[in-house]
Design a protein around this ligand. Structure first.
Ligand code: GTP
Ligand code: MG
Length: 201
């Protein structure tokens, strides 16, 4: 995985038409960590100790650099929502940037919608789900930080999410960037949505 660039507006989104997989979820849920873990890169997508720091869309090219161009695709790290200390003007900026990306973005093949496995979905999570459903975007729910729960509890909470916020998703996967749980299953879903890829990272 290689960092390609950041975008602060639609004019800066890639123009090459390669498929895109977007990572969405509230601030601090683990988007950048999951992206790094999936691609086996340590800390390429910046993991923040200060929530709410990622303010841009970051594009990472995934796939063998020597591969045919049509085997490659992008991971897109989107800024998180729901950080309490973000001023209203900044929140609106977030909304307009994220909707500029999500609505009518032709190369967007799949959204990875991250929620924290340990907590009930937040109001922001519910808003995002309604939004994804409204625009008929295909998404998989990745329930993060599974390593912080025991196996039984993790399965119970995953099932609850599958009946709840993930009911319209193509799948609900409990994942951990820490110990790698669920990553193979998530890759399967990503590969199915981006058929041209061989899933190389
Ligand atoms: P923003 O960019 O601020 O929206 O955050 P983010 O969603 O990209 O989260 P990030 O990957 O920066 O992770 C936030 C914090 O959660 C960091 O301290 C990570 O180390 C931690 N974290 C992320 N994933 C996991 C996980 O699977 N397990 C555990 N235990 N901690 C995790
Ligand atoms: Mg991040």
């Amino acid at each position: 995985m290689t960092f390609v660039g950041s975008a602060a507006s639609a004019a800066q989104f890639p123009q090459d038409g390669l498929p895109e997989v977007a990572f969405l979820g509230r601030s601090n849920v683990g988007k950048s960590s999951l992206l790094n873990a999936l691609s086996g890169t340590r800390n390429l997508a910046r993991v923040s100790s200060t929530p709410g720091r990622t303010r841009l869309l970051n594009f990472f090219r995934v796939g063998d650099l020597d591969a045919k161009p049509d085997d490659a695709f992008y991971f897109v790290d989107l800024p998180g929502y729901g950080y309490a200390r973000v001023p209203e003007a900044m929140r609106r900026e977030w909304e307009s940037l994220v909707s500029a990306y999500l609505v009518g973005r032709e190369p967007l093949a799949l959204c990875v919608f991250l929620v924290d496995l340990r907590h009930d979905p937040s109001e922001g999570d519910e808003t995002l789900r309604a939004y994804l459903d409204h625009y008929r975007l295909q998404y998989v729910v990745a329930a993060t930080k599974a390593d912080k729960l025991g196996r039984g509890e993790a399965m119970k909470r995953r099932d609850a999410l599958a009946r709840g916020i993930g009911r319209n998703a193509v799948g609900v996967v409990a994942v951990s960037a820490e110990d790698g749980a669920g990553l193979a299953e998530l890759w399967k879903t990503i590969r199915a949505a981006v058929p041209s890829t061989k899933g190389k990272a």
